[in-house]
Design a protein around this ligand. Structure first.
Ligand SMILES: [Zn+2]
Ligand SMILES: [Zn+2]
Length: 176
């Protein structure tokens, strides 16, 4: 059968981002992000409540409801009410809080989910020159992609990628 193939770097670092995401205590969303300079791992982060503050597993999610414009297949737009947990600091923002500017210059961020508008905005100004993600976040795709183009940041999705089984199982276990 298939021989063990050495993992490529994209897979290697995205696997780490997924393993890091299992540490998130928000049951609604597990996001992991890693900072890579050359082929060196310089930081990891996940979405979570600020240190010393009860997290979602202790006090429940902090839910807000927002209306969002959803683009339909026929080109029309529809307003849909969505719920969001705002207790956590997003993984990308935590990554920026816990890494140094000098390490970020010319670096790559691997993140399990496509960054939201706010995170993308901050990443744009962080020194990072490449962002690699796996799961799409359609709400902000258009404006985020456009900004990355304007800023000359490589912004790409891993389409063929499969998350490590161990990460998937750990996240499922938490929901049982
Ligand atoms: Zn939450
Ligand atoms: Zn975000």
């Amino acid at each position: 059968m298939t021989a063990t193939i050495r993992k490529d770097w994209d897979t290697y670092f995205m696997d780490i981002a997924y393993m890091v995401s299992t540490r998130s205590r928000c049951p609604r969303r597990h996001v992991g992000a890693v900072l890579v300079q050359g082929k060196k791992l310089l930081g990891t982060a996940y979405n979570g409540a600020p240190m010393g503050v009860p997290d979602c597993s202790e006090e429940g999610c902090m839910i807000v409801e927002q209306y969002e414009v959803v683009h339909q297949a026929d080109g029309s737009e529809e307003m849909v009410k969505k719920q969001r947990c705002i207790r956590t600091i997003h993984a990308e923002q935590n990554l920026l809080l816990f890494t140094d500017r000098i390490d970020r210059e010319g670096s790559t961020v691997y993140v399990t989910d496509q960054p939201c508008w706010t995170c993308a905005n901050m990443l744009t100004n962080s020194g990072v020159t490449e962002i690699v993600f796996h799961r799409p976040y359609l709400k902000d795709t258009e404006k985020v992609t456009r900004m990355m183009e304007q800023r000359g940041i490589v912004f790409r999705q891993l389409l063929q990628y499969e998350p490590p089984q161990q990460a998937v199982e750990e996240i499922q276990k938490e929901h049982m």
